[in-house]
Design a binder for this molecule. Structure first.
Ligand SMILES: N[C@@H](CCC(=O)N[C@@H](CS)C(=O)NCC(=O)O)C(=O)O
Length: 198
């Protein structure tokens, strides 16, 4: 049985919940709130004290991008993670954007607006203002980020973009991003989360 250390309002955890739902894999959710993350036991599975963490029959892996890559390699090899060197390179490029610009832009603005976390708002806004038009332009000519089909790139980027209104970002200014997150929400096995617009 797969166990996911999870927090219900975490977009990073949602990437994994969506992937598991779409793969039709059963999983047990383990608490990943601040109290659970502070325990000695949690520190032993993730010294960074962050969720998500996946435990797949004893194999423990942290980081949403790494978990998506692992699940793709194990269950949708060559499909969700690219079947040519070029696709794999492009997917890697988008996974880096998920871990950098999306985390430091829209996800950070959401942390401040929804949870009252102190942030550098000017920096988060500048990162957001730079990355959103890049994604909007990319999606204006295609349905999926890479290769004409759903890949882990779509799963890695979509939660914090679908949740961007929580951070005060008006998604109507980005109609192609809006149409894409709506497309993801129609995929078989999609798992909903509070705040997912469209
Ligand atoms: N790079 C990690 C970041 C994980 C992360 O920031 N998780 C948040 C929840 S969304 C967390 O556990 N925050 C608590 C903390 O950083 O202390 C990933 O993509 O999974």
């Amino acid at each position: 049985m797969i166990m996911l250390y999870d927090s219900p309002l975490s977009g990073n955890c949602h990437k994994v919940r969506m992937a598991l739902g779409m793969l039709g894999l059963l999983c047990t959710l383990a608490p990943g709130d601040a109290a659970a993350r502070a325990t000695l036991a949690f520190g032993a599975i993730n010294p960074l004290r962050q969720v998500p963490v996946l435990n797949d029959e004893g194999f423990v892996l942290r980081d949403s991008q790494a978990i998506l890559a692992y699940l793709a390699a194990k269950h949708r090899f060559g499909d969700w993670d690219g079947d040519t060197p070029a696709e794999r390179g492009e997917i890697g490029q988008w996974l880096s954007i998920a871990a950098n610009e999306i985390a430091n832009g829209p996800a950070t603005l959401r942390l401040a607006k929804l949870f009252g976390v102190l942030i550098n708002e000017a920096n988060a806004t500048a990162v957001t203002t730079r990355i959103m038009p890049v994604i909007e332009a990319h999606l204006s000519t295609r349905d999926w980020l890479v290769g004409g089909r759903t890949t882990v790139a779509d799963l890695a980027l979509s939660p914090y973009l679908a949740l961007a209104p929580d951070g005060g970002i008006d998604l109507t200014a980005y109609p192609h991003i809006g149409a894409w997150v709506a497309r993801i929400a129609r995929l078989p096995g999609f798992v909903a989360m509070p705040g997912w617009s469209y």
